[in-house]
Design a protein around this ligand. Sequence first.
Ligand code: DX5
Ligand code: ZN
Length: 229
Amino acid sequence: MKFDKSIKIAPSILSADFSNFGEECLAIENQGADLVHIDVMDGHFVPNITFGAETCKAIRPFINTIMDVHLMIAPVDSHLQNFVEAGADIISAHVEATPHIHRTMQAIRGFGVKAGVALNPGTPVESLENVLDLVDLVCVMTVNPGFGGQKFIYSQIEKIKKIKDLIGDRPIHIEIDGGINAETAPLVVNAGANILVAGSSVFRGGSVEKPEIYGKNIDLIRTSVSKKM
Ligand code: DX5
Ligand code: ZN
């Protein structure tokens, strides 16, 4: 992914039709998605189970932009290679999922894949301090992970600003994940974010038969940001 500050929309397939991931990925990309956000959940680190590396591998041929894999799993290190081989372009792991987040980020980078570090709403910014020079992306959870369609946690806006300051001029993307829509998107962009994950607000009302709804939903988010800039 080119490192630039342009706003990128990353629809999360957690809100897609689970029986038709391939066509759903093609549809959202044709309707303007910049990345495809893939929520991997193990039912242990988060209370929900979605799918694993095999599903990512099956989806990969249908993604022409960027496969942004969000690992909500613990432990994480032993699974990294499977997601790399599945074709992930970015792999984000949670600070809370391992006592060795520094080694996890080194390992992801070691595979030649972009490394993302993710923080739950209760995790302080300080937990990033010692890995900032190992990551390409910080994923700030603005919901408690596990499900789509939850309410945005407004207290995280201050945290985004702190992360922005901590990052300084390092080439690191700030990705926001959870409760992003036309109302919350401008708030997080003004706080310093440039990648917006959006599940329910993109997929709501659309389908592979009605992909133009996806396009409308994506444009709504995009214009909400440009209006407020
Ligand atoms: C939640 C996932 C998010 C979620 C976003 O655990 O990490 O990516 O799918 O869904 P919305 O946009 O509906 O909050
Ligand atoms: Zn996610």
